[in-house]
Ligand binder design. Structure first.
Ligand code: HEC
Length: 381
């Protein structure tokens, strides 16, 4: 707060603001960056960013800056805070200023001051400030498919609804909470709420079988563009079996999830695993495997709103004597809703292609909130 500043800190404030104001102007008024020999990311940082972001990217102490901030400066040396952010999101903030992503407008736009290459260099410098390379980079945080689980550990809340398009009316809504801990781990809770029509006029709705689990990243190699994770969890019989809302038995679930980044913002995400019920008289053991193929398109010179069409191929098979594999195809479209890209929606159709008799086509929709990136109502501009 400006009122709480003493004289010497007020001087520093003025200096910071003067520097901040001058740095971009120096470029804008025809002094080419080359003349200032701002060739390395570090040089650019020291000329244009350090006044606010401080030595080593730690941010100027709150008492030395006069402006009201929605939160403290990002600390670029903290891997837990920086690695989830994508380079393209940083570049959008540098190009368009904080305003462009619903951050503090005090973060200026450098669209006239820095070339695209210089922005990439200063981003590479900011990346070098996180020393612990065990944190997987946010580039692996690919758009979430409707069925296939991601390899990347998330801080997210997702609400997914599936509505029967044929046969008996019914719907399932999954409320999924995911939270990271440490560099590579994440816990997950999935509570389904099921509604179905037992007989004409008689609807039944309740909680289904709840999943608790832990995911851990095993390999994340940005140069190769691959990430591999393992998941172990337990599905609790919280759903009422007699009403068809649960299996009535505790089941252990385990799977591996893998993603490969491909050229031109395309990707493939794979998942394979098994469900092992503790009593096979109530529910059969089963295996499942899933693949999602997609490609993202970004508006506004590659830095704006993102559209991602995807198609999933989903298979599962029970370990019973006459079982055959259930195959589904799930075409879908994800779009980022908020300017900050942390609130997203996806709409798709789950279309059974084998064993279609008792498996209706479903419309599936989710809303996703990456709460690490800001409040639900922040970042819309
Ligand atoms: C006038 C002060 C000021 C200057 C100069 C400045 N920034 Fe910022 N920057 C901020 C503030 C304040 C925020 C935090 C915005 C928020 O969180 O609401 C910010 C946020 C950012 C972010 C977003 C971080 C995140 O958490 O997503 C990036 C990236 C960034 N700045 C890079 C730079 C670079 C690179 C430069 C120099 C080319 C620079 N900034 C110059 C004030 C400044």
């Amino acid at each position: 707060m400006a009122t709480a500043l003493n004289d010497s800190s007020r001087d520093r404030v003025l200096m910071v603001l003067a520097l901040a104001a001058l740095a971009p102007c120096a470029f804008a008024q025809g002094t080419t960056p080359a003349k200032l020999s701002l060739n390395t990311g570090k040089e650019i940082y020291e000329a244009a960013c350090i006044a606010c972001h401080g030595n080593g990217g730690k941010g100027m102490p709150d008492t030395t800056v006069a402006f009201d901030k929605p939160k403290s400066f990002p600390d670029f040396s903290r891997c837990d805070q920086t690695t989830p952010e994508l380079n393209v999101d940083w570049k959008a903030t540098i190009r368009d200023g904080g305003h462009g992503r619903g951050f503090s407008p005090i973060m200026p736009s450098f669209v006239d001051a820095l070339t695209s290459e210089q922005m990439d260099k200063v981003i590479a410098y900011l990346r070098s400030l996180c020393a612990d390379k065990s944190w997987p980079r946010g580039e692996f945080n690919l758009p979430l498919p409707i069925v296939t689980e991601k390899a990347f550990p998330e801080d997210e809340i997702v609400v997914t609804s599936a509505l029967n398009g044929q046969g008996g009316p019914g719907s399932t809504t999954d409320i999924i909470y995911e939270r990271r801990f440490g560099a590579r781990n994440q816990i997950e809770v999935d509570i389904p709420v099921v509604f179905n029509r037992q007989s004409p006029g008689l609807w039944y709705g309740d909680v289904g079988d709840t999943t608790l689990g832990v995911k851990r990243v095993l390999i994340a190699n940005l140069r190769a563009g691959s990430i591999l994770s393992a998941f172990g969890g337990v599905i609790l019989p919280s759903g009422n079996r007699t009403h068809g809302l649960g299996a009535g038995v505790t089941t252990f679930e385990s799977f591996a999830a893998y993603a490969q980044l491909l050229p031109a913002n395309s990707f493939v995400q794979l998942q394979a695993g098994t469900d092992q019920p503790t009593e096979t008289s109530k529910a059969p053991r089963s295996v499942f495997w899933r693949a999602a193929l997609g490609k993202s398109f970004r508006q506004s010179g590659g830095l704006g709103r993102m559209w991602t069409p995807m198609t999933e191929f989903v298979a599962s098979r029970d370990f019973t004597s006459h079982a055959t594999t259930d195959w589904d195809i799930v075409p879908q479209f994800q779009v980022t809703l908020s300017q900050r890209q942390h609130v997203r929606a996806n709409l798709g159709f789950r279309i059974p292609v084998t064993n279609t008799a008792d498996r209706p086509i479903q419309a599936v929709f989710y809303l996703l909130w990456d709460w690490f990136d800001g409040g639900l109502r922040e970042g819309w501009r």
